[in-house]
Write a protein that binds this ligand. Structure first.
Ligand code: E4P
Length: 225
């Protein structure tokens, strides 16, 4: 499973990259807004300079021509840019046209298996089903991931399933069990994957015992001398 960090924060991206397990980045207009007064295109370039992997950057036009124009600008920023296109009718047209041009895409705002099916038919490189937002409306986000994977397997689609809107480690675990190709998550969630009280307690005991061992060795050496 590839790990992407879901942020436009350079600090968070540097931290995730330093852990050595980062495969890419996803951004969206809301994440860019959180960063305050930054130049979007410059930030996309800066992210690409840090991470050796795919970096999703989203268009904001909702018509075909506007999406294509923005997509070309974004794709020209860096070879690792993947253009994020919303799952609407004009978006499907743009996915097909961009795929024909060899520009890689991430089809975003996916909330149903039939949406995912049509995005794959249009040639999307990634599909982003939003787990957390489906859970938020008392539905089952993980079932969406499972059904998309099943449909893609049935027909041999090469579109990668990118589990998005991940809120906690259980989402990551279940998406991994389902076989999602990628999980994109906030950096805080990535660090939470490591948390276990028995690890903390076990390490504390090992270190205490090591101190006792060293003290007794020192005492024995003193008696012998
Ligand atoms: C990533 O590509 C998505 O835009 C993101 O995961 C959405 O997450 P949210 O539902 O927590 O805003």
């Amino acid at each position: 499973m590839k790990f992407f960090v879901d942020t436009a924060s350079l600090d968070a991206i540097h931290e995730a990259h330093d852990m050595g397990v980062l495969d890419g980045v996803t951004t969206n207009p809301s994440l860019v807004k959180k960063e305050g007064n930054v130049d979007f295109h410059k930030r996309v370039f800066e992210i690409c300079e840090v991470v050796d992997g795919d970096v999703s950057a989203e268009v904001t036009a909702t018509d075909f021509n506007g999406m294509m124009e923005e997509a070309h600008t974004l794709a020209n920023i860096h070879e690792n840019v993947v253009v994020k296109i919303p799952l609407i009718k004009e978006g499907i047209k743009a996915l097909k046209a961009l795929s024909d041009e060899g520009i890689r895409t991430n089809c975003t705002l996916c909330f149903s298996p039939t949406q995912a099916l049509i995005a794959a038919k249009a040639g999307a490189s990634y599909i982003s089903p939003f787990i957390g937002r489906v859970d938020d409306i008392s539905s089952n986000g993980m079932q969406l991931i499972e059904e998309v994977i099943q449909i893609y397997d049935n027909y041999g689609f090469e579109t990668e399933v990118l589990a998005a809107s991940i809120r906690h480690p259980m989402h990551v675990k279940e998406a991994a069990l389902a076989g999602a190709d990628v999980a994109t998550m906030p950096f805080e969630t990535m660090t939470k994957l490591l948390d276990h009280p028995l690890t903390d307690r076990g390490l504390e005991r090992f270190l205490d015992d090591w101190e006792d061992y060293k003290a007794s060795r020192k005492a024995e050496a003193g008696m012998a001398g």
